[in-house]
Write a protein that binds this ligand. Structure first.
Ligand code: SF4
Length: 131
């Protein structure tokens, strides 16, 4: 048994605070790959699946509403995602700031989207302007 006083552990200086709030540049968020996140304005998406075929590690068609959604930010190269964006017939895939993702998710959750394919469905307005 050493002569160290166990209570020293409680008097030690705290570890330096972790980096402040996320800034979107963390590798986990794709920051190592690019400075912007990709986002689908699901209110405008027509569910054609082009983007999901081009960048299948980034986009999936959400099963309940039949609209494309980004499932991860580091799944495909920037060039492949841009190709997916270019294939979108209604221009509803956007490059956005990582810091905007939380707001956009909240807006999406507040939207009253109808599943695609329903007759007489009323299409909500765009969240972001057409690029
Ligand atoms: S290409 Fe555009 S419209 Fe088609 S599924 Fe993807 S986001 Fe939706």
């Amino acid at each position: 048994m050493s002569g160290l006083d166990p209570s020293l552990a409680f008097r030690a200086a705290p570890a330096p605070a972790a980096e402040a709030a996320s800034n979107g540049m963390e590798p986990l968020l794709g920051g190592a790959l690019r400075e912007q996140a990709v986002w689908v304005d699901e209110a405008v998406c027509i569910g054609c699946r082009y983007c999901a075929h081009v960048a299948c590690n980034t986009f999936v068609v959400e099963p309940n509403y039949g609209r494309s959604r980004v499932i991860r930010q580091d799944g495909d190269s920037t060039e492949r995602i841009q190709e997916a964006i270019d294939t979108c017939p209604v221009d509803c895939i956007h490059w956005v700031g990582f810091e905007d993702l939380d707001d956009l998710r909240r807006q999406r959750e507040g939207q009253d989207l109808l599943p695609l394919g329903l007759p007489n469905a009323v299409r909500p307005k765009r969240t972001l302007p057409r690029p």
